[in-house]
Every structure is written in C-alpha cells, then in structure tokens.
Ligand binder design. Structure first.
Ligand SMILES: Cc1cc2nc3c(=O)[nH]c(=O)nc-3n(C[C@H](O)[C@H](O)[C@H](O)COP(=O)(O)O)c2cc1C
Length: 201
C-alpha cells in the first residue's frame, strides 16, 4: 500500500505534474509554467536559465527556443538536460532529468503559428545568445525581417522545440516543521516502467 497521499496519488508522474501546474495557474502571479532549465557545457560546467514549458505530453516535456542558442548547443552535445519548477504560492517543486530530442516539424509549426506576429518576427530577428551591438541593431533587424517575411512568416529553420524525456521526476511538497514530502519516480531506460521511492526530505 502506498502512503503517498492525495497530492502524489496515481502511477503517472506526468498526470501529477499537469495537476500541480493547473493548481499553480490559479495561484501564481505570472508564468506558472516557467522552468529553470539546466544544461552542462563541454567542460562539465553547469548552466541554467528560465524557459517556458509549453506542453506536457504523455511521455515528454516540451519547450521552444533558438537552435543556435547556447542552451541548444549544450543540449545537442550532451543529449540531456534537467529542469526544476518551483511555485512559491504552493510551496512545491518538480524536478526532472532526462534525455532530450528536438521537437521540430508540424508540432513546432503549430506552436509557432499560435504566437503573436511580433513574437514570430522576433524569432526571426534574434540571433539568440550572440553578442548584440545595440538595441538599435536589434530593431533594425526586426524591420528587415518584417519587410522580408511580412504578415505570414514561416517558422525559422533555426527555431523550434525540444522534448525532454525523463528518466527521473521528483515531486516535493512543503510539510510542517520542514518535514517535507518527497517522492522520486525513476526508470533506467525510457522503455522501462517507473518505480517510485519516498525520500528523506
Ligand atoms: C520567465 C522567462 C521565460 C523565458 N522563456 C524562454 C523560452 O521559452 N525560450 C527561450 O529561448 N528563452 C526564454 N527565456 C530567456 C532565457 O532565459 C535565456 O535568456 C535565453 O533563452 C538564452 O539562453 P542561452 O544563452 O542559455 O541559450 C525566458 C526568460 C525568462 C525570465
């Protein structure tokens, strides 16, 4: 018998993440889907930045970015990444570590299409993570891509999604007197079933 309790109920860690995110959407002041995405560089030095989690699929977490960015280069080289989501309003966190693949093609096209025109043009204009001389240079680039791509820009070939396919998902919920609840779902391979372990806080 599991002593996990209602917050951690069920066998599907994606369903728990979705349920917690839905709660956070009601209580967070903004960006409840913001995640701190961690990568590692060629020397093993960790790196971290916020991105927005755009989809929780049956077996993956998807975010969008520029494929030339530092994060993309680090992900492509290492093949893996980690992220943490923390909601101050709920006093809960979700931690994820896994293997990463590109989510390009129709799925990325559909998400790109759903964005505002300015955001779509912005994706064309930003050489993300490259040095930028001035704000004026960026605005000139926006004007240039607007003239070139008009009101129906295609998704840039250098912009799309990444799907994190987790090997570990850990849920943490605040408890009285720092006796928090922690449960970790793990699997050695993506095709293995999950096993769940309660951890000391
Ligand atoms: C709340 C928040 C959400 C963000 N969402 C994204 C995002 O979804 N995709 C993205 O590429 N950058 C996003 N950024 C910007 C990144 O944090 C980062 O500055 C940028 O992607 C460059 O990172 P890199 O040089 O490590 O590749 C976001 C920043 C903040 C503060």
């Amino acid at each position: 018998m599991s002593d996990r309790g209602e917050l951690f109920a069920g066998d599907d860690p994606f369903a728990i993440t979705r349920a917690w995110l839905a709660e956070a959407e009601a209580s967070e002041p903004n960006d409840p889907n913001a995640i701190a995405l961690s990568t590692v560089d060629a020397n093993g030095l960790p790196n971290v930045r916020m991105v927005l989690l755009k989809d929780i699929e049956p077996d993956g977490f998807v975010f969008y970015t520029n494929y030339g960015s530092v994060k993309a280069q680090e992900i492509d080289a290492a093949g893996g990444a980690a992220f943490v989501m923390h909601w101050k309003s709920l006093r809960r966190q979700v931690r994820v570590r896994g293997l990463v693949e590109r989510a390009a093609g129709p799925e990325a096209d559909a998400y790109y299409e759903s964005r505002s025109l300015k955001s779509r043009l912005g994706a064309w204009a930003s050489h993300q993570s490259q040095p930028l001389e001035s704000r004026a240079t960026l605005m000139a680039e926006v004007a240039r891509v607007t003239a070139r791509h008009g009101t129906h820009p295609e998704r840039p070939p250098f912009w799309g999604g990444y799907r994190i396919r987790p090997l570990e998902i850990e849920f943490w919920a605040d408890g009285a007197f720092r006796l928090h609840d922690r449960f970790r779902w793990t699997r050695e391979k993506l095709t293995d079933p999950w096993s769940v372990q309660r951890l000391y806080p």
